[in-house]
Design a protein around this ligand. Structure first.
Ligand SMILES: [Zn+2]
Length: 311
């Protein structure tokens, strides 16, 4: 059986730049070659700002990553392209841009507009620690004044706020800002805290807020967010899926595998293992409709509602 995939988060663009390997064939978890068994494939490419880079260096890293991605041969030979509307074509790989770690705005609101013009559609405001945006998951801090202004501007420019990596307090404030703006809130790559209690996973309360906002949740494949001891296989996604479904997320649950950004389970090493993940879900008596919803349809429907509403 062939499956379509709409994945909400990978860090492949960073690796393409820093390890100088192309999208077509590479040593990464995500490549055109590894996606051959996927029917229609949409991948959110997060432009991840290396935590070792200063905010100023990060701003230039963002543009270098973007330029490197745009110039990749796969984007000129028709293999892949930046998604501008729906529906995505089965013959091409569609990419959507996200920024992971908006500290590179450096208190400059006009940079939000530059990101919007560059095609960034998902904004993950923080990654770790305290920045000009506010507190990340490893802090108790909320948003800064600038973080609030930047998020408001980002939503005006049709970017979707992403609470993966936010502190609990920042997340609460992002929900409130998004409600004012009529924007959904997503968690592009986070799992269930009730199953694996780490700060990067979502509290039930946060799940409820995401669902109420019309947002989506991308399941993260990182072994340390699947199981506390980090000894996780593909099947360890199941308790997280079960938990999210018990909270009513059947139309909001998606994948956000964090591929090329983390240690993956030994049996889920890349996009070529997605059909295997589907088989595991089917073997656990998940209806095929639900499997297709998690792999693709829920994210596609979200994109139709909020990313390309006029398509
Ligand atoms: Zn991340």
């Amino acid at each position: 059986m062939r499956y379509s995939l709409f994945d909400l988060h990978c860090d492949t663009a960073y690796r393409m730049l820093t390890e100088r390997q192309p999208f077509a064939v590479n040593e990464f978890a995500v490549s055109a070659e590894k996606a051959k068994r996927i029917e229609t494939y949409v991948q959110v490419m997060a432009l991840w700002i290396d935590h070792r880079a200063s905010d100023a260096e990060g701003w230039s890293l963002f543009w270098r990553m973007l330029e490197n991605l745009r110039r990749d041969p796969s984007l000129s030979d028709g293999t892949a392209f930046l998604l501008k509307g729906l529906p995505p074509k089965p013959s091409e790989i569609s990419l959507l841009l996200a920024l992971e770690d908006a500290r590179i705005l450096e208190n400059d609101l006009s940079r939000v507009d530059l990101l919007a013009e560059a095609g960034v559609r998902i904004l993950t405001p923080m990654w770790s620690g305290e920045t000009c945006m506010g507190g990340a998951h490893d802090t108790q801090s909320g948003l800064t004044d600038f973080g609030r202004l930047a998020l408001r501007r980002a939503m005006e420019r049709d970017m979707i706020p992403d609470i993966s990596h936010a502190s609990r307090r920042s997340a609460e404030e992002i929900f409130a800002l998004a409600a004012e703006s009529g924007s959904p809130v997503i968690a592009s790559h986070s799992n269930a805290y009730a199953v694996c209690p780490v700060t990067r996973n979502l509290l039930d309360r946060e799940v409820a807020m995401i669902l109420a906002s019309g947002g989506v949740i991308g399941l993260n494949f990182y072994v340390g967010f699947l199981k506390e001891d980090g000894k996780a296989n593909c099947a360890d996604l199941l308790p997280h899926i079960e938990h999210f479904l018990s909270l009513g997320a059947q139309h909001s649950l998606c994948l956000g595998g964090d591929m090329d950004g983390c240690d993956l389970p030994p049996d889920l090493q890349g996009v070529d293992a997605i059909p295997y993940l589907a088989d595991i879900l089917l073997a656990h008596n998940y209806p095929e409709d639900l499997v297709r919803a998690i792999l693709f349809e829920n994210a596609r429907a979200f994109a139709e509602r909020h990313l390309f509403p006029n398509a």
